[in-house]
Design a protein around this ligand. Structure first.
Ligand SMILES: [Zn+2]
Length: 303
């Protein structure tokens, strides 16, 4: 993995190392380098303040600090310094060591709340920011800042971590429905011959497609919605912002899928978009489809 995650705060990092590795891979691919890695320390505000003081002589809390192994000559980045980078090859890592960075989890939480997206997405953005620092980018002059910002934007787009100017998620119902239509072709439904595609949009702006897959036992059949949910969960996502379902004929999620969506929906207002493949669609909320429901909060908070 291109990321060595050092979790130095209470709690559990969940699937963060895998997610941040995807971020790092995307940044390195944009820069055109491979076989490199860096360490990501996740720390609290006090720790990053101490680091900032000791390493840079600045006694201030900040959101992220980056420490490249290579001194890039002015006006150059990693892609111009292949030789220099090769000297940083670390046999114990089996990769070129780009350096390390520290992310302030306290600040990431504040910034995520301000911007209206998940903490994971904020840590992803800070990791991309660091990755570009570790590859020679900087934001001291306006020209440099623009070049670095452009790379960060491209990385976020490659990862489908979009954000619109208002801080929300930039994806229309039509776009999400199109992704459900796209995956419909992979449906495995030889028994019912009813093919379904689904796509879940997570709160941090990622999309996960799924299709139904039937079974000769019939009972082992999995719906498209739960297939998409499984892909999202396996990628570390836990908060669903919307789902689209595209079928041969318009169909709403079955009862089991409604309850599964209820587990991970950011709210009962989560849009559920359903329609015929390639046709028009209707939007309801999860609350419309599953009234008087119970969810994890009802079970976890029981005395
Ligand atoms: Zn279902």
């Amino acid at each position: 993995m291109p990321i060595d995650l050092q979790w130095e705060v209470p709690g559990d990092p969940g699937g963060l190392e895998t997610f941040l590795s995807r971020v790092a891979d995307a940044c390195m691919e944009l820069e055109g380098i491979s076989g490199a890695c860096f360490a990501v320390r996740v720390v609290d505000g006090e720790t990053i303040r101490a680091l900032n003081r000791e390493q840079r002589g600045v006694d201030q809390v900040t959101d992220v600090l980056s420490f490249p192994t290579v001194r890039y000559p002015a006006g150059t980045t990693a892609r111009d310094n292949a030789k220099r980078l090769r000297r940083e090859y670390d046999p114990s890592l089996g990769a070129v060591n780009l350096g390390d960075c520290a992310l302030n989890l306290d600040r990431a939480r504040e910034q995520a709340a301000e911007l209206g997206h998940s903490v994971q997405r904020e840590l992803g953005y800070l990791t991309a920011h660091s990755a570009f620092h570790l590859m020679g980018y900087d934001h001291m002059t306006e020209t440099d800042r623009r070049a670095m910002r452009a790379m960060e934007k491209r990385a976020m787009a490659a990862l489908q971590l979009w954000r619109d100017p208002k801080g929300g998620i930039r994806m229309t119902h039509q776009e999400l429905f199109n992704l459900a239509c796209e995956v419909h072709v992979n449906s495995y439904a030889p028994y019912s011959k009813f093919h379904v595609g689904a796509c879940i949009l997570t709160e941090d702006g990622r999309t996960f497609q799924g299709c139904n897959f039937e079974n000769a036992s019939l009972g082992a059949t999995i719906c498209a919605e739960r297939c998409a949910a499984g892909c999202a969960i396996a990628a570390g996502a836990r908060r669903f912002a919307a789902i689209a379902v595209a079928a041969d004929e318009p169909a709403w999620p079955c009862g089991i899928c409604r309850q599964v969506l209820r587990e991970f929906a950011v709210s009962l207002d989560m849009p559920v978009i359903a329609g015929r493949v390639g046709g028009s669609f209707t939007v309801k909320t999860l609350g419309d489809l599953l009234p008087e429901s119970f969810g994890p909060e009802d079970v976890l908070n029981r005395e």
